[in-house]
Write a protein that binds this ligand. Structure first.
Ligand SMILES: Nc1nc2c(ncn2[C@@H]2O[C@H](COP(=O)(O)OP(=O)(O)OP(=O)(O)O)[C@@H](O)[C@H]2O)c(=O)[nH]1
Ligand SMILES: *[C@@H]1O[C@H](CO)[C@@H](O)[C@H](O)[C@H]1NC(C)=O
Ligand SMILES: [Mg+2]
Length: 366
């Protein structure tokens, strides 16, 4: 024996310690690797995002409690394609209180924070000036024609709210840009560049992905009301406006083209402007949101096309998007860069019912 008893104990203790350190380190590394793998699989919970969006912006969804499954579908789509990298907040609005279940499940589905609000009744229900009898007649007429939601009062409330009130909600006061999303929509591509930042950097006020014709039966007098308004306030028309997108005869008649508003990335300061406030109040006083069934899509589109220069509108080609049966699927390099999952053959851009050719022509003249 070279070592005495106490020395042997010391050496053994040292060896033991080395083993423990190496072993523990091993365990530490393996735990670390497992966490990393977990984070890679579920980028939503990654604490160190490569990028974080810094624009003054939020997602906005109006939804009913009963739509929870379709809402979750949309949230997974938007998180996977974009927001797990940018972490923009969400605002959820409803005409009644959201249930604890709706709040818990949506909060769990997102990588950022959310706030939940109720729409004030005076922003939702029809104003007292509306003639009850005429309203009932209007609803019956449209329902008899078989028009979608023709006989629905809640749908009319929703369209009027989305036209003239959402941007006044207290939960939206801290934001300038919003991205409107709806239950049960798809986002097909990886959105690498921040669309909000793009809006801000390029002074855009309205962005869209799909444009099409409106059902004339829902807006028989909307264009007449618009013409009355612009004759009253000709100075509000933007100099290089997009009238040719809305009309094929210099404004005499409306060609029914509009941006599909279930997707919108837009600047609320445009809706908050005196010009738009005047326009909305003028339309609202006509009662067409109720006696007819004016949609927020044609109302927003007409305003954006007439009261802003056409350079402030934007087609978001890189955002592959589906709502219902219509979808925009990027073509060519944009499809590849975005790793898009849509079928390139299913693309509405140049379908017979699309207004995209008219939009393109706005920027081709001279
Ligand atoms: N809270 C609430 N949300 C509503 C109501 N009606 C519509 N919405 C929401 O408003 C948006 C548009 O309504 P939809 O019923 O999808 O109407 P649409 O997109 O024109 O028609 P679809 O093709 O059927 O989807 C969706 O986000 C709905 O969740 C309502 O009465 N209450
Ligand atoms: C964001 O925009 C809103 C509306 O324009 C504005 O009131 C608010 O001050 C802005 N916030 C920041 C941080 O710029
Ligand atoms: Mg919808």
């Amino acid at each position: 024996m070279l070592l005495s008893n106490p020395q042997r104990v010391l050496v053994l203790a040292l060896i033991f310690r080395i083993i423990i350190i190496v072993f523990l380190d091993d365990i530490r590394w393996s735990i670390h690797a497992r966490i990393q793998k977990h984070l890679d699989q579920y980028p939503f919970i990654s604490p160190k995002a490569a990028q974080v969006g810094t624009a003054n912006a939020t997602f906005l969804m109006l939804a009913r409690n009963s739509e929870i499954e379709d809402v979750l579908h949309t949230l997974r789509q938007i998180e996977t394609s974009f927001n797990h990298r940018f972490h923009y907040p969400y605002v959820f609005l409803n005409d009644v209180q959201f249930t604890p279940e709706f709040i818990a499940r949506t909060t769990s589905a997102i990588s950022s924070s959310a706030s939940y609000g109720v729409v004030p009744t005076e922003h939702w229900n029809h104003p007292p000036e509306i003639d009850e009898e005429r309203l009932q007649r209007g609803m019956k007429e449209l329902a008899d024609k078989g028009v979608d939601y023709g006989g629905s009062l809640p749908y009319r409330n929703m369209c009027r709210f989305n036209s003239g009130f959402f941007y006044r909600h207290e939960l939206l006061q801290n934001y300038r840009y919003y991205w409107r999303i709806e239950p049960e929509v798809d986002f097909f591509c990886q959105i690498h560049d921040d669309p909000f930042q793009f809006m801000q950097d390029n002074n855009k006020i309205y962005g869209f992905t799909i444009t099409l014709y409106e059902f004339e039966a829902t807006i028989p007098t909307l264009w007449q009301a618009t013409k009355e308004f612009t004759q009253l306030y000709p100075e509000l028309l933007a100099e290089s406006n997009a009238l040719d997108f809305l009309s094929d005869d210099k404004g005499a008649t409306y060609n029914l083209c509009h941006f599909w508003s279930n997707f919108e990335i837009a600047d609320m300061n445009f809706w908050r402007s005196d010009t738009y406030r005047k326009f909305f109040d003028f339309l609202d006083a006509k009662g067409g949101f109720y006696y007819e069934r004016w949609g927020d899509a044609p109302v927003h589109s007409i305003a954006a096309a007439l009261f802003a220069p056409k350079e402030q509108l934007h087609f978001f080609n890189e955002i592959g998007y589906r709502h219902g049966t219509l979808q925009h699927c990027p073509q060519g390099e944009v499809f590849t860069k975005g790793q898009c999952q849509c079928s390139r053959r299913r693309n509405f851009d140049y379908d017979g019912y699309s207004c995209k050719p008219r939009y393109d022509r706005l920027f081709e003249q001279h």
